[in-house]
Design a protein around this ligand. Structure first.
Ligand code: 2HG
Ligand code: ZN
Length: 456
């Protein structure tokens, strides 16, 4: 028997024949990422049904010297969850049970393949909420958001995913199962392995279960969509609400050009009476509509606004549909958008975006720059439309150098993946990269997990 056949048989022994997919037509959906930019061949897609099966798959792959790429909903945007050189894709979607919701201790215990939307519903059923929310909620999995340390729409209120993870179970490179699962608010014993595995992008271990902190649900929620002349003006409106004592649940921004794409793709009406250069979407709690209106009226920067009680999904759609609208525009141009997720200090967000438009416009004259993102964290999603594939690296480089000039981060919330590995030295010193490489070697000496992701 050929080596691949032996490997496939061992994998089938581990998870069952029907959960080892090796036919190209079937594996295609697992080997290309959501953007269509990142893809590669796989030896097989393996779909384990338990932690014990994950452990056995890792042992089999380690013995065969074959790489393993853990994958959840495959909604990542930096190419971290698809293979490059024939690695086995370890798809965790079959690990889809919620084990428990503790409404007194406010935690949710679930397997890694549970989607964010399913976890949110389980929390809501207990009168609570998950502090992480993102547009990809129906497909993104808990294991995926933990591995990415996803940010999303509610970081201003609850912090990133890392702030919600109070326990993990993970399979290590030798197949052993690590379980840090006390869920205690105070538990000061040893290195913070939960924090370390969160955001490790599949390079250190395979996360199989997560224990998430839950939050109380906000009350008296109002959503305001505000038309403003600039990002600086949007920041002023945000500050005015903070100063008035309003609790900010979310503070998002987009611009007129992105709105036009969204309206065209979804067939939506103009949200306000006129068009504005920039829009701020605010979700506030512990407020009445009158409270919000009073603050907005006091801000000279406000052109127009509409306010509605939460959840106000009709207003949220204008912001949340940007990714889909950009993707539709990219498809019609026949080349994936160049997606650059970055953050800069708030006082420099306006000048950063101005410079990106000027510099990219000068270098790539036919490119459209669409930006939107999470205002309170200075997190701009720079999307470049119409960049030929051969110039994608160059365009990314142009944006990332501007980010560094503005004191920012080359990855705000999507991770490094394969997309940004090259630029790690721009923001991490040699000593820092060496320390990360030492951690990688300690967890995964043979380098079987997600080769080519995150580290040089
Ligand atoms: C968002 O905030 C996501 O909508 C996707 O992080 C960002 O499409 C993007 O670039
Ligand atoms: Zn985002």
């Amino acid at each position: 028997m050929r080596t691949p056949d032996v490997l496939l048989r061992r994998l089938a022994d581990a998870v069952g024949f029907e959960h080892v997919l090796s036919d190209d037509t079937v594996t295609a959906g697992y080997t290309t990422d959501w953007t269509g930019r990142w893809h590669g061949p796989t030896t097989a897609v393996v779909r384990p049904g338990s932690t014990a099966e994950v452990s056995e798959v890792v042992r089999v792959c380690a013995a065969a010297g074959v790489g393993v790429v853990p994958q959840g909903g495959n909604t990542g945007l930096v190419g971290a969850s698809v293979p490059v050189h024939g690695e086995v894709v370890l798809n965790l979607r079959r690990l889809n049970s919620i084990e428990s919701v503790d409404s007194v201790g406010r935690t949710l215990a679930a397997q890694a393949g549970v989607t964010v939307a399913t976890a949110q519903q389980a929390a809501a059923d207990a009168g609570l909420m998950v502090g992480v929310d993102l547009a990809a909620r129906e497909s993104a999995t808990l294991g995926g958001i933990v591995a990415t340390n996803a940010g999303g729409l509610r970081v201003v209120r609850h912090g990133t995913t890392r702030a919600q993870v109070v326990g993990v179970e993970a399979v290590l490179a030798d197949g052993a199962v690590l379980r840090r699962w006390t869920g205690l608010a105070k538990d000061n014993v040893g290195y913070d392995l939960v924090g370390l595995l969160t955001g490790s992008e599949g390079t250190l271990a395979v996360i199989t279960k997560v224990l998430l902190r839950l939050a109380p649900r906000p009350v008296r929620v109002q959503v305001a969509l505000v038309g403003v002349p600039s990002l600086d003006a949007a920041l002023e409106v945000l500050s005015a609400n903070v100063d008035a004592g309003h609790t900010v649940e979310a503070a998002e921004f987009f611009h007129g050009d992105g709105l036009a794409l969204v309206r065209e793709t979804l067939g939506l009406h103009r949200p306000l009476g006129a068009d504005y250069p920039t829009y701020l979407l605010l979700e506030l709690s512990n407020v009445s509509e009158d409270d919000v209106a009073a603050v907005l009226t006091g801000c000279t920067a406000v052109g127009d606004a509409t306010i509605g009680p939460g959840p106000a999904s009709r207003l949220w759609a204008y912001r949340e549909s940007h990714t889909e609208a950009v993707s539709a525009a990219a498809a019609s141009l026949g080349t994936p958008a160049v997606k650059v997720d970055v953050s800069v200090p708030l006082p420099r967000l306006q000048s950063f975006e101005d410079e990106v438009r000027a510099v990219v416009g000068a270098r790539f004259s036919t490119v459209d720059v669409i930006t939107y993102g999470h205002l309170a964290e200075g997190n701009s999603h720079v999307n470049l439309l119409g960049v030929p594939d051969t110039e994608a690296e160059d365009a990314t480089d142009t944006v990332l150098r501007l980010v560094v000039d503005h004191g920012g981060s080359i990855s705000a919330e999507h991770g490094v993946g394969r997309a940004k590995r090259r630029w790690l030295p721009l923001v991490r010193s040699a000593a820092d990269v060496a320390a990360m490489q030492a951690v990688k070697r300690a967890f995964d000496p043979a380098g079987i997990f997600s080769p080519g992701v995150l580290l040089p």
